[in-house]
Design a binder for this molecule. Structure first.
Ligand code: SF4
Ligand code: SF4
Length: 100
């Protein structure tokens, strides 16, 4: 898989993340998590915004091997992934996660 094949972060509604300003501005995110969650491990709640000038984030890695889109610890979701706030404070969830 090359960087151009990697699924995009097509949407993120986690406004408290430093990488989020009209979309995810990280170069790539890592998705992980336990207990049924698929969290964004790149989430960082700092006071300042950061990342690349453009929102072109990809899913660089994912350890949720129980998701049907996971192949060899990489995400293969055809339409990219949508991220949204999780239940707990400072958590994010991959809404595209689909348990096998
Ligand atoms: S929570 Fe994750 S996907 Fe959302 S903007 Fe932050 S780094 Fe990007
Ligand atoms: S869709 Fe599945 S494989 Fe892709 S990032 Fe989300 S949890 Fe990981």
């Amino acid at each position: 898989m090359t960087t151009t094949d990697m699924p995009a972060v097509s949407e993120c509604t986690v406004t408290g993340c430093s990488y989020n300003h009209d979309g995810c501005h990280a170069f790539a995110i890592t998705v992980s998590g336990e207990h049924g969650h698929a969290d964004c491990a790149t989430f960082i709640p700092l006071a300042r915004k950061g990342g690349l000038p453009m929102a072109i984030a990809k899913v660089g890695a994912c350890s949720r091997t129980d998701c049907m889109h996971n192949r060899d610890l990489e995400c293969t979701a055809p339409g990219g992934v949508r991220m949204a706030p999780g239940v707990g404070e400072n958590t994010t969830n991959c809404m595209t996660y689909a348990r096998m």
